[in-house]
Ligand binder design. Structure first.
Ligand SMILES: [Zn+2]
Length: 82
């Protein structure tokens, strides 16, 4: 690995911040083709919740606790994949 000077580290840090600041993540709805984009996991979950209420109401009302856990695991996997 190359030795970095102070400038190197500074640009590394600002690159990292840039990444964190504007890294839009994309996660596809688990039950249709709709793609959600957000920087914040919780905000995406809230958008998805609205979408499920509107378009997949039968899934929300029909799902049991195990189904909710499975959904959350799959969502987290997709969130972390990009
Ligand atoms: Zn959907």
């Amino acid at each position: 690995m190359k030795r970095r000077g102070l400038n190197g580290w500074q640009s590394l840090i600002s690159d990292g911040e840039k990444c964190n600041m504007i890294s839009m993540k994309q996660v596809q709805c688990l039950d249709c083709e709709k793609i959600f984009e957000n920087e914040v996991e919780m905000n995406m979950l809230l958008d998805m919740q609205k979408h499920y209420l509107a378009d997949h109401n039968e899934i929300i009302t029909g799902v049991d606790e195990a189904g909710k856990v499975a959904w959350m695991i799959e969502f987290t996997k997709r969130w972390n994949a990009n």
